[in-house]
Structure formats: structure tokens, C-alpha cells
Design a protein around this ligand. Structure first.
Ligand SMILES: C[S@@+](CC[C@H](N)C(=O)[O-])C[C@H]1O[C@@H](n2cnc3c(N)ncnc32)[C@H](O)[C@@H]1O
Length: 249
């Protein structure tokens, strides 16, 4: 997969390309991440990229023409169906389904805004899809693009080893992940659930399923509303709820 990122701060992307899971995927040629310096498309001697908003008001707006030109140049190198995604607080909130869809694509172009945002005509001309990382505003699209890149890249087959498979991660099957424990067995008087030391793989599998469904019920009931539970999952939820009620009593 090739991910091109249009930004005024290309250096920021070392934070994803040089570290951790995404860094290894880049090293192993499973993905290439190519920041494109928008400044080189800027206007005049000072490579200007912004101007005051028509109609007045605070802040600056990113110029349409450098963005249209830059995306046009990238489009010549990418397939026609490569999406152009403008990271924007006004876009659709990204979820696991979007990430899964993007991870199957061979190319995508990300566009990072700054200041008050981008002249609307640029977005109309390039046909950008707007995606948000949440209902809050950050200062630029770069961090949002990095969030998207990290989430997409970890879904690309071969990026995570078997030990780290994303198949158990929260949201993958519409549920939250189970809880986890590691050594030592006792921390400040807190023990771990005995079943995890039992060596009984079937009992451990069922306990994890119960935790996963139970925590989804407790913390994200909205997810459960959208999910069909099979017989075993329904039983695991009932067991969790009974244990939970006993603990609360
Ligand atoms: C300061 S913000 C502009 C916010 C804009 N004035 C508004 O209120 O909708 C600058 C840039 O940060 C990025 N950005 C801010 N919040 C975001 C979010 N929640 N998701 C994705 N990108 C975001 C966008 O690229 C945006 O153009």
C-alpha cells in the first residue's frame, strides 16, 4: 500500500514511519508512507499557502490553488479510484469498518489542513472525502492523519505477527477486547483471576469471551445493540451479568 500525505509539516511523519508497528511495516516494504511538502506548491517568492478569509473574521484559510495543483500532480501517479481523504472535524467519524475498508486499498491520499481550514473550492474540485477522528478540534490534520495511518497499517495482512494479531482487538468483531494480566501474580494485594492459571484452555477461552461481551455491555452498550449474539455469546453475557449483580449486591 502507498499512502501519500499532503502537509505543510512533512517532518512530523517520522513519528509514524520511524517507530513501532508502522515503522516495521515501512522497513518490510508492506507500506510506503510519502509525505508531500505542500510548501513547494506555494505561491510567490515566499511560497505562500494561506490568506485572510473573505468576509472577515479571525484566522487564515489555506489557498485552494496549491492544493488543487498538488493533488492533481499526485493523481497522475495514483490509480483513479485512490481516495483523497481530507482529515477534518466536520467529516464522518472514522470507525473500524472504514479502517478495514482502507486497509484493503493499494493507495490513498491524505490531506492535512491547518489554520481555519481549506478554501472549500479546493475540496469541491478534488472531490475529497472528509473524515474526522472525533468530535473535538486539533490544530492540524497531521496528527489525525497519523492516527488513521496507524490504524490502517496494523490491519494490513502480515504487519502484525500471529502473536500480535489484531483479530482479538476491540471493535474487530463488534465487541471490546477482554481484559489482560501479566506477571507478577500479585500487585499491591490484587490477584489475577484463578482461571488464567488453570491451564484449562477451554475455560480460559470462555472466560475471555465472557469478559469481552460483559465489558461491551458495561462500557459500550451501543455496540451490543448493533450485534447479533450467537447462543454461546448470549450465555456468556448472561453469566457475566449474574456475576456482576452478585458482586454489586
Ligand atoms: C484548527 S483546525 C480547523 C477547524 C475548523 N475551523 C472547524 O472548526 O471545523 C485545522 C485542521 O486540523 C484538522 N483537524 C482538526 N480537528 C480534526 C478532527 N477532529 N479530525 C480530523 N482532522 C481534524 C483539519 O485538517 C483542519 O483543517
Amino acid at each position: 500500500m502507498r499512502i501519500s500525505v499532503v502537509t505543510i509539516f512533512p517532518q512530523m511523519f517520522h513519528a509514524v514511519t520511524d517507530y513501532g508497528v508502522v515503522g516495521r511495516a515501512v522497513e518490510n516494504n508492506l507500506v510506503s508512507i510519502e509525505p508531500v511538502d505542500l510548501r513547494s506548491f506555494g505561491q510567490g517568492q515566499y511560497k505562500r499557502l494561506d490568506d485572510r478569509p473573505f468576509g472577515g473574521g479571525p484566522g487564515m484559510v489555506m489557498l485552494a490553488e496549491p492544493i488543487v495543483e498538488c493533488i492533481g500532480r499526485l493523481r497522475q501517479k495514483t490509480k483513479d479510484d485512490a481516495p483523497v481523504i481530507y482529515l477534518s472535524p466536520q467529516g464522518k467519524r472514522v470507525d473500524h469498518q472504514d479502517i478495514s475498508k482502507f486497509s484493503k486499498m493499494s493507495e490513498m491520499i491524505l490531506l492535512c489542513g491547518r489554520y481555519e481550514g481549506i478554501d472549500q473550492r479546493a475540496l469541491d474540485i478534488i472531490g475529497a472525502e472528509e473524515l474526522s477522528i472525533g468530535d473535538y478540534v486539533i490544530s492540524g490534520g497531521e496528527l489525525a492523519a497519523m492516527v488513521l495511518i496507524d490504524a490502517v497499517v496494523r490491519q494490513i495482512p502480515g504487519v502484525l505477527g500471529n502473536e500480535q494479531s489484531s483479530s482479538q482487538d476491540s471493535f474487530t468483531d463488534g465487541l471490546l477486547d477482554c481484559i489482560h494480566y501479566t506477571r507478577p501474580k500479585l500487585v499491591a494485594g490484587h490477584e489475577i483471576p484463578a482461571v488464567l492459571l488453570s491451564g484449562d484452555h477451554e475455560a480460559i477461552r470462555y472466560w475471555r469471551l465472557k469478559q469481552s461481551i460483559g465489558r461491551t455491555w458495561l462500557l459500550r452498550p451501543d455496540l451490543l445493540e448493533q450485534k447479533y449474539l450467537n447462543k454461546e455469546q448470549q450465555q456468556a453475557l448472561t453469566d457475566f451479568q449474574e456475576e456482576f449483580e452478585k458482586e454489586q449486591a
